[in-house]
Design a protein around this ligand. Structure first.
Ligand SMILES: [Zn+2]
Length: 661
């Protein structure tokens, strides 16, 4: 007779091993936090005795579910900004709020809440990717769950690192401290190709290889990402990532929505684990991952919830059901991704995708005791059919709910018994989370009231205080002015030719704040576009002083490179109104009597306005200079041969009210 710590008796055991061994009248023997034996109860009872025998009440005994991709502290951001596009959601809301609020305290609280939610729904193990991963790992270990915890590395500053070098150093330090922990597998997470650089990916891969830990990342989540890669590098995402040496590491890749058969093969060849996130892909309208093809190619495809801000719950039962239903609907084949295989994705294949299939994911002797009990006696799962041995998988995947999970054990320790959490007290956590929500609401309310705060929140804005003296006149013909410019009465420093596509966002009454999105096409001598620049300029109300023939404008402006699409800015800033102006601009930088001036000759093509507009502007002057030198403008006007020019039309003033330059 063998001696054990515990026998789980009277259980309907689904081992989820490769051969799908199942024991409807089964039992399991536990010793030292590991599985010592599993099989028919009558047989096991002949060979084993234990200090404790637990009656499982005929419930289904399963390996604990593996949530293959999530961002656990984001439970605190659940429902913060829904129904937006991925870029607006991520760059406009998540990242600015994270920069302001994410701290070790935030991560600890969010992790404990996520662990409570996941334990309740039968998850015993998850793969996380976030900041302050040390706090995530500590809270996870405290809750008693198993996890691959991945320290994020990005090309821009993060809540826990001022630079990529800092975050890489933090990842190295984190991995060193948690390596060989019983529950935590530390890992490094270059967030995604589009938020990293080739250099970052290479460094992260080297770090993961050095410590033999997983590398966790997001790959090919959206069609845009793949289009961008094709345009910039002439290849899709997967081969490019491979070229950076990333697949030298043990990779866990979330999403892989937009990949072709060749890429599937190369992922399989490299042993990359995949995390399929059906709710997140649906909610953010990212597309449908080729799950069936990936499974057929032999990839380890797990199921993940993604973060609570993009799902919005961490319910793996819902995820399983969506995974199978989507696979059937997309392939128009009801036999695609059967219940049994779906459950394998959420257990065995998930553990393998996380590169920890040696210790969990199935109920087999030698594996750690990570298991759950599911009550299938609820009215929604009734009645039982036993004719087909696979019927039990249908009941678990198609009708059971996460609330049917009654008991959860990780590493031989009960985390939930009879639906009571044993390692986490939720009430104080819920209160603390509500307090964070109030503070985040206040932060966003303050920000939403100011276009400038919103501009700063997405980064890169630089202030420029300017005083400039400017004059605009309308002329029927630009030739005389061009002749004067070329004729030597002024000294030409340089000339340029642009097509300017301006979009003005207005937010309040006229002359109030305006945000201009400008696309500048630089035109060469043969009329071809040789460069394009995108910029945002936020101008406050202009303060003006009148001079004969000229206006002194002083305004503060903020200029930022426009890295995102015009559509992004429209959805993010939500302007009250929008106007578009397109012009062909010849720009001259000249010196006249020792002062530099810009002379712009504009032809407004949209809306089409007759004639040409000549704009003379001083370079940025101090207020004193501006007052003293304003008179030069009238002289310059005469030197350019402009006499009796018509004042600028009202239409033009309206169009240009957002600022010139
Ligand atoms: Zn994610």
């Amino acid at each position: 007779m063998n001696q054990a710590d515990c026998i789980l008796s009277n259980a309907n055991v689904l081992t989820m091993d490769d051969a799908y061994h199942a024991y409807p009248r089964g039992a399991m023997v536990l010793r030292g936090g590991a599985i010592a034996a599993v099989g028919d109860e009558a047989e096991l009872r002949r060979d084993w005795q234990a200090t404790e025998v637990v009656d499982c009440g005929g419930h289904v005994l399963l390996p604990g579910l593996v949530n293959a991709h999530t961002h656990v502290p984001m439970t605190l951001l659940r429902g913060l900004a829904d129904d937006r596009r991925l870029d607006v959601w991520l760059l406009g809301y998540m990242m600015p709020v994270e920069r302001e609020f994410v701290s070790p305290d935030f991560c600890r609280l969010g992790t404990l809440l996520a662990c409570a939610e996941m334990i309740r729904s039968g998850v015993t193990c998850f793969a996380d990717m976030y900041y302050f991963e040390d706090a995530v790992a500590a809270a996870t270990a405290e809750a008693g769950m198993r996890a691959v915890c991945s320290q994020t590395v990005l090309k821009f500053p993060t809540p826990d690192a001022a630079s990529f070098e800092d975050s890489l150093a933090a990842a190295r330090d984190f991995i060193g401290r948690w390596k060989n922990h019983a529950l935590i597998v530390p890992s490094v997470a270059p967030h995604a190709p589009y938020t990293c650089t080739a250099e970052i990916l290479q460094a992260c891969a080297a770090l993961a290889v050095e410590f033999d830990v997983p590398l966790h990342t997001h790959l090919a989540e959206t069609a845009q990402e793949v289009d961008d890669w094709r345009a910039e590098f002439g290849m899709p995402v997967i081969p490019w990532v491979k070229k950076q040496g990333v697949f030298e590491a043990k990779v866990l890749a979330a999403h892989c929505v937009h990949i072709d058969d060749g890429e599937i093969n190369s992922l399989q060849h490299a042993g990359v684990g995949i995390a399929h996130n059906p709710s997140s892909n649906l909610k953010l309208a990212s597309g449908f991952a080729p799950v069936v093809s990936m499974l057929q190619a032999g990839l380890n495809v797990g199921v993940g919830t993604d973060g609570a801000a993009s799902n919005n719950d961490l319910d793996m039962f819902e995820e399983m059901r969506l995974a199978t239903f989507i696979a059937k609907a997309v392939s128009r084949d009801p036999t695609a991704l059967p219940a049994r295989e779906t459950l394998a994705m959420a257990t065995r294949l998930g553990a393998r995708a996380l590169h920890i299939g040696d210790r969990c994911g199935t109920l087999e002797p030698g594996k750690r005791a990570d298991l759950i009990l599911v009550d299938l006696d609820g009215v929604h799962s009734w009645p039982p059919f036993e004719r087909d041995p696979d019927a039990v998988y249908s009941r678990v995947v198609y009708s059971a709910k996460s609330t049917d999970v009654t008991d959860v054990m990780v590493d031989g320790r009960w985390l939930m018994r009879h639906r009571q959490l044993l390692t986490i007290q939720t009430e104080p956590l819920l209160e603390a989370a509500a307090a964070y929500a109030r503070r985040i609401d206040q932060f966003l309310l303050a920000r939403e009231g100011s276009v400038l705060s919103k501009l700063i929140a997405i980064g890169g804005a630089e202030q420029e205080e300017s005083y400039e003296v400017q004059l605009k006149v309308q002329v029927a013909d630009s030739e005389p002015v061009l002749r004067a410019l070329k004729g030597g009465s002024v000294r030409v420093v340089r000339t340029a030719h642009y097509h300017e596509y301006d979009t003005y966002f207005s937010f309040g009454p006229k002359e109030h704040e305006r945000l201009r999105h400008r696309e500048d096409e630089f035109i060469d001598e043969s009329g071809n576009v040789f460069n394009v620049r995108y910029r945002l300029t936020l101008t406050g109300p202009a303060k003006e002083a009148e001079y004969p023939n000229a206006v002194l404008l002083s305004r503060s402006r903020f200029i930022a490179p426009a890295k995102n699409s015009l559509r992004f800015y429209r959805e993010y800033f939500k302007p009250g109104s929008q106007a578009e102006v397109t012009k062909d601009r010849l720009r001259w930088l000249i010196t006249y009597k020792g002062e530099e001036f810009y002379v712009n000759i504009d032809q407004i093509t949209r809306p089409a306005l007759p004639g040409f507009y000549v704009e003379i502007k001083s370079r940025t002057w101090s207020r004193r200079d501006a007052e003293q030198k304003a008179g030069l403008i009238s002289e310059l006007l005469a030197a350019l041969g402009i006499q009796g020019a018509a004042p600028v039309s009202k239409e033009y003033t309206e169009l240009a009210a957002g600022g010139t330059g």
